[in-house]
Design a protein around this ligand. Sequence first.
Ligand code: F6P
Length: 355
Amino acid sequence: MHLGRKTLSKFLIENVSGSQDGAALAALLVDVAAAIKAIAALSGKGALGGATGSLETVNVQGETQKRLDVLSNTAFVNTFERGGLVAGVASEEMDDPFPIKPPHTRGPFLAIFDPLDGSSNIDSNVSVGSIFSILNAPESGEPQTADYLQPGLNQVAAGYALYGPATLLVLTVGKGTHVFTLDREVGNFILTSPNIQIPADTSEFAINTSNERFWEPPITRYVNECKAGKTGPRERDFNMRWIASMVAEVHRILMRGGIFMYPRDTKDVTKPGRLRLMYEANPMGFIVEQAGGRASTGRERIMEIVPSEIHQRVPVILGSRNEVDRLVRYHHECDAGTDTPYESPLFNERGLYRS
Ligand code: F6P
């Protein structure tokens, strides 16, 4: 029992519901939390709840849908459709956004979400999450796709749920980033880390190194320098992590610092990155910046990008600000032709492994 500790509802009453729009936003975030609790209950049952395994269907990204992807999408869609607080909804799992129509009531917001991020982890019982981004809807009429294509700076709220050993809700409404932990028995989200700050420096990086041969030079330079540790230009040892679940990765960075990279690469030249701007990079960018970190493509601030399509992909580099700034500098130096790629002494002229 956590009587006397701050619940999500109390936090929202104190921090969000000061105006008419604020009251609507607070109510919408209570609805988001309700959908998250439903997904937490489903994912927590695993195979016993019929939530594991794949379906025959493929989403707009060309990925085979998992059962939990679809169930989580339905949980969000039903919540938003019946809640009366949004005018339209866009999801990773749906080709196009859809407007809220009678008999359901239209509200003042647009909800954009990734119902189940990191879904390759479901069957191995590794942490997964949900990510959401809330924008203002046009004042009247049915929202069109163009209405969703607002830069991340316009977000009025964003957050994620992490379904791990504990279920967490991490939220920003533009006044800091706050972590709530679900008290499962009681069903309340309790504020456990208010105003969390990402350490500015870190010695931990996260990247899928199986893509190394497709990276651009600034990424190769940065990672090689980290791997060289004490013997290289950084003069200290680095640690590496890769969970393949962005939510879990961002959460680790929030708790102890770090840098996460899913950079642009040449693996598939039709895709400028793997992660999606509207429901992955933008909400995570907002969360990270509100916690004192940075979120960049390497060449521009993520939240300043003017989106061109709902399922647009972007390179993502986020986390501890001094490391992200360093990597942005490496991109600029590379583009200007003034960079100095790091070559490990093991492979250079006099090195042990010179071919
Ligand atoms: O679709 C997004 C995602 O699952 C992220 O959660 C994660 O960071 C990434 O893809 C994993 O990519 P990969 O399969 O290359 O490790």
